[in-house]
Design a protein around this ligand. Structure first.
Ligand code: NAI
Ligand code: MG
Length: 353
């Protein structure tokens, strides 16, 4: 019997509603499979926790999380209780940084039964692999002088280690998919870091002769995500470019409520963290309106990460059969509750057994 130990952090708002639903789904996956078990331990770290303890998580919070196979997070943030920068930096950012989750991965796929804002979305199925630790989002730089003499300098940091690491990861992912990697560049305008990025991409791609490659400038690529998303498989991007592309990816899927994400640790020293793209959605909390699919699809990414890709596909197929039948929440134009959608997915898992 294989067992996976998972640290659950439901967090705030609808995180508290969708995480238990996704746990139910994972238990059902284990039931159907047989030789597999998930053990969840839930941590109450959230804005409510901050009100009671003055911190988002205890001092030894990271030590408590370290032994787990993965962290399964809902959403953090309740601006009425705690300013966003405190809740974000006190928990999420700390986990991402300290646990060296240097890669952010976000798929975007058209699901049957879900209306994309695109007129002709075809069957797009892509994944953006974003560098998550350096690049344009660095703290190197500063401001000097004032008034009309004021100067702001923000330096981008591209290390060979970080650049090669994200590219290798992208190629490994592509090897299990349609074997096509697109590099997001801008070497026609950014004359130091992006030619370096292109050079490393070329070098790394030489190690993967079976994988087709292309480079696209980020501005054109952003437009192609809208005009022909079905042409892409894996896209590797720097921190800023990946940030922008993944928001387009989520938008063309039809609702932020279904978009999944993963923060991956690649050196094996710490657990990776799986969390949907959406936040705590204070406007719909407590009404049964939260779409559970983002959290459940995130669970699928966790299965893939555990090497259980067949089960991951099995789960995503069940999700899509449910959307195809129109069992969807209000954000997608449906009438079903969080729990009804989850029940339908679980029932599909059992039917497909
Ligand atoms: P949000 O993602 O929580 O909500 C944006 C809009 O999408 C809202 O209208 C909401 O009702 C809807 N929505 C989001 N998820 C949904 C779901 N699963 N089903 C149906 N509708 C859904 O973003 P917002 O309102 O900007 O942020 C609210 C709080 O969440 C803030 O405190 C923010 O800092 C935090 N946040 C946390 C994130 C995280 O934990 N990674 C990510 C984004 C925001
Ligand atoms: Mg963003």
């Amino acid at each position: 019997m294989k067992q996976f130990d998972i640290a659950s952090i439901p967090g705030d708002g609808i995180g508290i509603e969708v995480v238990p639903q996704a746990e139910r789904v994972l238990r059902a996956v284990a039931d159907v499979h047989g030789g597999l078990a998930f053990q969840f331990q839930s941590f109450p770290w959230s804005c409510q926790y901050y009100i009671e303890h003055g911190v988002m998580m205890p001092d030894n919070g990271l030590e408590q999380l370290k032994p787990f196979d993965a962290i399964f997070l809902g959403a953090v943030g309740d601006p009425n209780l705690v300013p966003d920068h405190i809740s974000l930096w006190g928990l999420l950012i700390q986990i991402r940084r300290e646990f060296e989750q240097v890669i952010n991965m976000r798929p975007a796929k058209r699901l049957d039964g879900i209306q994309s804002p695109l007129q002709n979305p075809k069957d797009f199925d892509l994944v953006v692999i974003r560098e998550n630790s350096e690049g344009e989002y660095s703290t190197v730089g500063g401001r000097i002088h004032s008034k009309e003499d004021e100067v702001a300098i923000q330096n981008a940091v591209f290390t060979r280690k970080g650049t090669e690491r994200v590219m290798r990861y992208a190629f490994e992912v592509a090897a299990k998919r349609k074997r096509f990697v697109t590099s997001a560049t801008k070497s026609n305008g950014i004359v130091h870091s992006m030619p370096f990025w292109d050079q490393v991409f070329k070098e790394v791609s030489a190690d993967y002769p079976a994988i087709r490659t292309e480079s696209q400038h980020i501005d054109a690529l952003a437009a192609f995500f809208v005009t022909r998303p079905a042409d892409f498989d894996v896209i590797v991007a720097s921190n800023l470019f990946g940030d922008i592309l993944t928001d387009i990816g989520a938008a063309i899927m039809g609702s932020i409520g279904i978009a999944p994400a993963a923060n991956i640790n690649v050196n094996g020293n710490y657990p990776s963290m799986f969390e949907p793209v959406h936040g705590s959605a204070p406007d719909i909390v407590g009404k049964g309106l939260a779409n559970p699919i983002g959290q459940i699809w995130t669970a699928k990414m966790m299965l893939d990460h555990f090497g259980e890709e067949e089960l991951g596909t099995f789960l995503l197929d069940a999700i899509e059969r449910v959307t195809r039948k129109g069992t969807i929440t209000k954000d997608l134009g449906g009438i079903h509750s969080t729990e009804e959608v989850t029940d339908a997915i679980i029932s599909e898992l059992h039917t497909a057994r």
